[in-house]
Design a protein around this ligand. Sequence first.
Ligand SMILES: *Cc1c(COP(=O)(O)O)cnc(C)c1O
Length: 377
Amino acid sequence: MKLETLAIHAGRSTDPTTGAVTAPLHMSTTFERAGDGSFPSGFGYIREANPNRNAFETCIASLEGGSAAIAFSSGMAAIAAVIEAHSDLGRPRVILPADIYFGVRSLVAKTDIGRNFDTAIVDLTDLDQLRATLADGGASLVWVETPSNPLITVIDIAAVSEIAHEASALVAVDNTWGTPILQRPFELGADIVIHSATKYVGGHSDTMLGVVVIGSEAVELSAALRAIQNHKGSVPSPFDCWMALRGVQTLPQRMVAHCANAQAIAEALAEHASVETVLYPGLTNDPGHDVAKRQMSGFGGMLSFIVAGGVAAAMEVAGRLQLVTRATSLGGTHTLIEHRASIEGPDSMAPPGLLRMSVGLEHPDDIIADLMNALAA
Ligand SMILES: *Cc1c(COP(=O)(O)O)cnc(C)c1O
């Protein structure tokens, strides 16, 4: 079945006891045993498994085309679990891309993940750098985030996967920004896919959870991830899973609209004299354009732009916006903007004049009018 159909039907069926078309929300923490001590429903205790989480996991595994999905309480919990789980595979060294969600850099810098694993930071748009790093010390896992945060760089998943596999490293793709609608990491050779479902999958800025999807080549990781999910216990609530399943039904249509709006806004910003650079792979002169055109079916809903005049000018532009909301996070219906360097704090590597936008689902003319007004003053 096609993605539009799976988004609505995968993992779900009409409720057999009530006929409810929308799956009921089961908040029960525990499930009754039969007289012989068995669990006839297959469920025993909420942390081990529960109906809403199972449905969410089945749906996301199906949308990504993976063999299994394991849900966590946040995208970060999912990312931490993957790094921990892969260490069973020996030589635990992780290659991280140069531009990456700030939380992953903090995870490595500030928690036991950083103490327990060697990491190397590589510009994955430069495949020779990847080859050289793998030749010098190897790696067990190559982490890909594309398009990346906040510089919107595009990494060639197929090329990275080929090089990583020659060196016996697994490839994990954070597909939060690509979504299974625009970008198909397993078809490009990746072994593991991660989502912050807090973003586009949920899609309405009102629920937090994460998920790891395992491809057919990495099934040995499933048991380790299940063990981390159950024993470390960073699990999403049934309500979060139910909300994400509600949101994901419109993901295919939302992504088309996010891409169209972002393209229109990127083109309008690129014309403006106060904008130094627009970072968006949908622009034909963007360095990531050619790879994105090959590996994505749309250029995504995220863009960044660099305002002439540095921090002060960028903050003033953001401060004058009336419709666009100044807030972090992404992937919801509202257009959000943030000055990335001040959100990330003193360790930030974001250019000082950079504003990152999560383009929402308002009419693009209204968003453009707000931006032009803010840039004009
Ligand atoms: C938000 C985000 C995360 C972290 O997800 P949380 O659900 O906030 O923990 C990881 N990767 C990317 C690309 C993100 O945008």
